[in-house]
Ligand binder design. Structure first.
Ligand SMILES: [Zn+2]
Ligand SMILES: [Zn+2]
Length: 183
């Protein structure tokens, strides 16, 4: 157990984990024993040239259905790591994305950068790959963006899917501004 961990208070960790789990329902917080095991587990899989080599990041959350783990480094940075459960000689593995803090991480999750956008919960269309069902209300006929629905696309603006709101409500939610508004 790294020394600095004793200084990382429970409250500080909760401030990261709670908002993260709010947008990542298929993740969970590892218990103390699991979290302890994940740090050496990660260390064993790091090539000496990997950016996490020599650090002892602490596991804050893990995906239920995959090998993805959210770690916090001693310097406070967060990283999403796709743990390959075999030794790797590739310095780029395991695949790791760094974030300065929880705000940056949540922003990245919103845009699907650094983490895959979940598929449509109704029809399983893979939005990130551009898949969408025309007759599925949650898809609304489009994947992650669509032409402005206000004017039928005449203004040329693209609206972005609010992924979590769409999933929570079961109906497509779009964020954008009509370029013809007010005219
Ligand atoms: Zn759908
Ligand atoms: Zn418009």
């Amino acid at each position: 157990m790294p020394d600095w961990l004793s200084f990382l208070r429970k409250r500080d960790r909760a401030a990261i984990v709670r908002p993260f789990l709010r947008v990542r329902h298929d993740w969970e917080q590892p218990d103390h024993r699991q979290a302890r095991a994940l740090t050496p587990e990660l260390a064993r899989r790091l090539h000496p040239a990997h950016p996490l080599h020599g650090q002892s990041p602490v596991a804050l959350a893990q995906a239920c259905a995959s090998d993805d783990v959210l770690f916090q480094c001693a310097d406070g940075r967060l990283c999403l790591v796709h743990l390959e459960w075999q030794d790797s000689s590739d310095p780029a593995l395991p695949d790791t994305h760094f974030f300065d803090g929880i705000d940056q991480l949540l922003a990245a999750l919103d845009t699907g950068d650094g983490e895959r956008v979940p598929p449509c919960p109704s029809c399983s269309a893979d939005w990130q790959s551009g898949e969408a069902s025309r007759d599925c209300p949650c898809c609304g006929g489009f994947a992650l963006d669509r032409p402005c629905p206000k004017c039928g696309g005449a203004c040329g603006a693209q609206w972005q899917r609010a992924v979590q709101d769409s999933i929570d409500g079961g109906i497509a939610v779009w964020i954008g501004k009509c370029g013809n508004a007010g005219s």
